[in-house]
Write a protein that binds this ligand. Structure first.
Ligand code: HXC
Ligand code: NAP
Length: 266
């Protein structure tokens, strides 16, 4: 079931970082199901190939680009590859991220820096690399942040929380600078999403069930519910929306860090 016209993104070209798995892979699949040609970028070629096979099974065109978002030159090469291959780039989705639970007191400097580098610097690198191509198409950037980590204080998440809060601010700054060039920059902040690497790390074992019971909507979200929000924001229906975040969290943020605190016995 989809509310969107199946040809909504016909002829459009999308790049999804972190598209080899989880929420990013679902976003790639949904864009493909609505007519787009989709490039997916991540470190593991095997994961990317799996996504591309899924896109091709839908009758869509996919492209696997193995790269690390921490490498700005690799991102520039990836965008050049896309524009040479398909002639354009219309939508960039930044979903690549790394995360783990760690007390701040024992998190090493490199552990903190690594998450900031992947999430925040990686998002900037992709935005910067894609800017000229997106400006040529009056394109859209959708950054994936997180609720409630990007907004409220949360234990064991100072690295990822700082990165996601930074991406929220970057979203607004780039929207201001790049709006005159016709590039919209928005964010989607998912809450806990079922069957993802993220939640297997953040709510291991029994914590998953406890957290779902505490959710205002009584469940975790689905990756396709995040993808629907991303597609809406990337569509012409959202043509006057920029610099803002659409929260897709089942109400988790209404409780502050409450869902996580209860689940992790904190
Ligand atoms: C403490 C840790 C750690 C852990 C790694 N480190 N895991 N510290 N607890 N569990 C430290 C290491 O000891 C090292 O510091 C530093 O981090 C870098 O580790 P590497 O393994 O060398 O990094 P790298 O190979 O670049 O891998 C990045 C990674 C990894 C983030 C550490 O887990 C990864 O690749 N993750 C990608 C998949 C993922 O995380 N998906 C979930 C996204 S979900 P030292 O000092 O020893 O050198 C998500 C949830 C939503 O984001 C909510 C967000 C707010
Ligand atoms: P995931 O499956 O682990 O997705 C993260 C992707 O990023 C992976 O495909 C990974 O592929 C890629 N990646 C990681 N480091 C990279 C790097 N240095 N360079 C390039 N690619 C890299 O996790 P997920 O749970 O679906 O999360 C997807 C996004 O949603 C993330 O931005 C996350 O913060 C956000 N989010 C998730 C939840 C949730 O409940 N899961 C909640 C809120 C927000 P490689 O390892 O192959 O590089």
């Amino acid at each position: 079931m989809t509310l969107f016209d199946r040809a909504l993104f016909a002829d459009r070209v999308c790049l999804v970082t972190g598209g080899g798995s989880g929420i990013g892979a679902e976003i790639a699949l949904q864009f493909a199901r609505h007519g787009a040609r989709v490039a997916v970028l991540g470190r593991s070629a095997a994961k990317l190939d799996t996504t591309v096979r899924a896109l091709e099974a839908e009758g869509a065109q996919g492209l696997a680009l193995a790269a690390d978002v921490r490498d700005a030159h690799a991102l520039e090469a990836a965008v050049a590859h896309i524009t040479q291959h398909w002639g354009r780039l219309d939508v960039l989705v930044n979903a690549a991220a790394g995360n783990f639970l760690s007390p701040a007191a024992t998190l090493s400097a490199n552990g903190f820096r690594t998450v900031i580098d992947i999430d925040l610097c990686g998002t900037f690198n992709a935005c910067r690399a894609a800017y000229a191509a997106l400006a040529a198409r009056r394109g859209v950037i959708v950054n994936i942040t997180a609720s409630p980590q990007g907004f409220v204080a949360m234990p064991l998440q100072c690295h990822a929380g700082a990165a996601k809060a930074g991406i929220e601010k970057l979203t607004r700054d780039l929207a201001l600078e790049w709006g005159p060039a016709g590039v919209r920059v928005v964010a989607v902040a998912p809450g806990p999403i079922a069957n993802t690497e993220g939640m297997s790390r953040l709510a291991p074992g029994d914590a998953a069930e406890t957290m779902q019971q505490k959710m205002p909507l009584g469940r975790w979200g689905r990756s396709d519910e995040v993808a629907s929000a991303v597609m809406y924001l990337a569509s012409p229906a959202a043509g006057f929306i920029t610099g803002t975040t659409l929260t897709v969290d089942g109400g988790a943020g209404l409780l502050g860090a409450g869902c996580f605190l209860a689940a992790l016995n904190l």
